[in-house]
Each structure stands twice: as C-alpha cells, then as structure tokens.
Design a protein around this ligand. Structure first.
Ligand SMILES: Nc1ncnc2c1ncn2[C@@H]1O[C@H](COP(=O)(O)OP(=O)(O)O)[C@@H](O)[C@H]1O
Ligand SMILES: [Mg+2]
Length: 229
C-alpha cells in the first residue's frame, strides 16, 4: 500500500511508539488518512481504554476510531515476545488474524503505520519472526535507533537482517532521548556510511505528547519529503 510503513527498532523501548505517534500526527496534519496498528502487544493490560498503552498512544495520535480487534488483534498479558507467550501462556499467535485485520484497516485508510514488537528478530512462532510478518504485510520499514554507545552495532545488525529478508528500508530515525550518547552529526554520518540507508532525522527528548508538540517536533526534524516520494 502506497506510503504505508512498518515501524521497527533496534530494541524494545527504543522509541518505536513515540516515533510512530509523531509520524501519525504529522502525516494526518499533512492531509493523509492515517491508520495505525500494533499487531501483537504485550505487558500489563490497562484498566481502562485499550489493553495496550501503545495502542492508546497510536490511536490518539492518528485520531482513529477503529475497533481494538483491528488495531491490536492479539494482546499477551506478560511482557515477553509472542513466542514466549505461546510457550508460557499457551496462547497461539494467530498470523492469519493479524493479516486479515491489517487488510481491513488498509481498506479503511489511505496509508498504514504498523508498529512492531521489540526488534526485527523478535520471535512470533518457532520459524516466524517480525521479519516474516513485515514480508507478509509487504511493507517497507523505518528503523528507530538511539544514540547510546552500542547503537551502531544494533543498527547494522537490524539493516543486515532487512537485507537478508529483502525488506526495503525507507530510512533510520535517531531517537535522541539518551544523555551522553553519540553526537547526532557523527552518528548520522557513520550510520549512513556503514548501512547505506538514509537517516531521516533525529528526534529530541519529548516532554509534551500533545498534537501540537508532536507536529512541531516531527515536522521540523524528519524529512517527510524523501519518505513520501
Ligand atoms: N523522544 C523521547 N523523549 C522522551 N522520552 C522518550 C522518547 N522516546 C522514548 N521515550 C521514553 O522511552 C519509553 C519507551 O519508548 P517507546 O516509544 O514506548 O519505545 P518502544 O515502542 O520502542 O518500546 C517511553 O515510554 C518514554 O518514556
Ligand atoms: Mg512500543
């Protein structure tokens, strides 16, 4: 689907949800009808609203009213990969359910932002990883990374796996929320040289998740033009 993106990252807690929310707000304000999805979510269920806090943030950012079964077809009440949930809770990840929900949402919106879980090799089934899900959804990816030392290793490994699975990478977003990490200018230079992928921009520490704030920050710091061509 034209312009749709799978937002993955070099790790869990790297900023996939914040970046997906910023993209959703900005693309919506640019006039796109943006749908969002978090195929699998895990953790402690929220008492009100959506079970997954990620889904809450994404749905608010995109201003969508789609049912939870489409936005987040499966929720596992433990903080673990879908594969570990399968082993520990005997809940089987249902790939067909995910793909059907994705298809339905794709028909309701003109572009989709799908947030992954963990990193690119997070296991879903014994022989099915986030990489396989991205392939089945036929989406290009955005890789969210951070500035903390170690990030270059994680980013190169993520790009290499995308290459292995023939997943197109639209670009890297540096989430600059750590203190004491690499200088952005040097990290951008090195990541672009080492991976041959464009760095679309870097996001500063965000203390205000309102629409206006996310729009201002993402519009200013992300090269949406190169993303949407
Ligand atoms: N740019 C940012 N500014 C401020 N805090 C951030 C930023 N990015 C991430 N965080 C913090 O890190 C946590 C994890 O980010 P999140 O987007 O949920 O990661 P992921 O979706 O990759 O697991 C957030 O709950 C937030 O507290
Ligand atoms: Mg998240």
């Amino acid at each position: 689907m034209l312009n749709s993106l799978f937002i993955t990252g070099t790790d869990t807690d790297v900023g996939k949800t914040y970046v997906a929310a910023g993209f959703a707000v900005t693309l919506r304000k640019m006039g796109m009808d943006v749908g969002v999805m978090k195929p699998f979510a895990a953790g402690t269920a929220q008492k009100t609203g959506f079970k997954s806090e990620d889904v809450e943030i994404l749905a608010n950012a995109a201003h969508v009213n789609d049912p939870e079964i489409l936005l987040n077809p499966q929720f596992f009440p433990i903080a673990a990969s879908p594969y570990t949930a399968l082993k520990n809770l005997k809940i089987k990840p249902d790939i067909q359910l995910i793909l059907n929900s994705f298809k339905k949402l794709s028909q309701l919106h003109s572009m989709m932002l799908v947030e992954g879980m963990g990193g690119i090799m997070t296991p879903i089934l014994r022989d099915y990883f986030v990489t396989n899900l991205i392939k089945d959804m036929k989406l290009p990816t955005i890789i969210v990374t951070r500035t903390k030392v170690g990030t270059i290793n994680h980013t190169i490994m993520t790009c290499k796996m995308c290459e292995k699975y023939k997943i197109p990478v639209k670009g890297i977003v540096i989430n600059n929320f750590d203190t004491g990490g690499y200088l952005i200018k040097e990290l951008k230079r090195d990541l672009e040289n080492l991976t041959n992928m464009p760095v679309l921009g870097s996001i500063p520490f965000i203390d205000d998740m309102s629409d206006a704030s996310l729009y201002r920050i993402f519009k200013k710091n992300i090269n949406f033009k190169s993303l949407l061509n």
